[in-house]
Write a protein that binds this ligand. Structure first.
Ligand code: GLP
Length: 243
């Protein structure tokens, strides 16, 4: 695992954007696996700036997203489709027809089958990852069993708590989500995880322990050949990570 310790959130966002820029310049028709959440927002902003001001070209890039809430229409301002349009796709020259976010409404089993079909025929060059406070990846919640393929997850109470800040009330937070499985995530050629904020336990288990722990899905990064972790210095210091 390559670990990049960044002094600030903004510096981390730039370092993470550097990794994506290098890939997009070397392979203009690459496929990016994308993530939502506050962790990658700064990186998306930086990529949008580089697209606008420095000609970083996304016109041939394809993307597939990690997950989507069950029950939210794509037009709902907390759906992950809306998030991606609002935070990235509307600000870069990507062809939206080449972007895929699983559907969270309608026939969920059919949506999951479609999601798996897309994943089966897609080689993700780089998968962006945040991490939940409980160590979840996408919406792969901790548990004795993790799943290889895209599936429906029941969200942990701690995940509902963490995501309540985005909704009018806790009751409005969806209880289910569709997510890429751990296998689809691990098959990406490169993993790029951005950790900051209240992820102390997950960061400690990932960087300071030698266990691959299904109770902390983030630890599976240790099994990947090309995983990059961008962590804020304040969090690295808190867990005693020295590099
Ligand atoms: C949600 C998403 C995850 C994301 C996590 C952390 O639960 N499904 O993919 O990593 O939030 O979000 P944040 O970066 O806002 O802390």
């Amino acid at each position: 695992m390559k670990v990049i310790v960044a002094d600030t959130y903004e510096e981390g966002a730039k370092k993470a954007a550097d990794v994506i820029e290098k890939l997009v310049r070397e392979k203009p028709d690459c496929t990016l696996g994308l993530a939502t959440g506050s962790s990658p927002v700064g990186m998306y902003k930086e990529l949008a700036r580089r697209c606008k001001e420095e000609g970083l070209d996304f016109s041939k890039v394809h993307s597939v997203n990690l997950d989507e809430y069950v029950g939210l229409e794509p037009t709902h301002d907390q759906s992950y489709r809306y998030f991606m349009d609002d935070n990235l796709f509307n600000h870069i020259n990507i062809d939206k027809a080449n972007t895929y976010v699983a559907k969270g409404t309608g026939d969920i089993d059919k949506n999951i089958a479609e999601f798996n079909e897309i994943l089966d025929k897609t080689d993700i060059d780089l998968q962006v990852l945040g991490v939940g406070p409980d160590g979840h990846l996408g919406f792969n919640e901790p548990g004795a069993t993790l799943y290889e393929k895209a599936h429906k997850e029941v969200l942990e109470e701690s995940t509902i708590d963490a995501n309540t800040r985005f909704f009018a009330s806790r009751d409005d937070v969806p209880r289910y989500a569709v997510t890429m499985g751990m296998g689809s995530i691990m098959k990406a050629k490169t993993l790029l995880m951005i950790i900051n904020g209240n992820k102390k336990e997950a960061a400690r288990k990932l960087l300071m322990e030698d266990k691959i722990d299904p109770m902390c899905p983030a630890t599976f990064l240790r099994l990947h050949r090309d995983a990059i972790v961008v962590i804020e210095k304040s969090l690295a210091d808190e867990i005693g990570y020295k590099g």
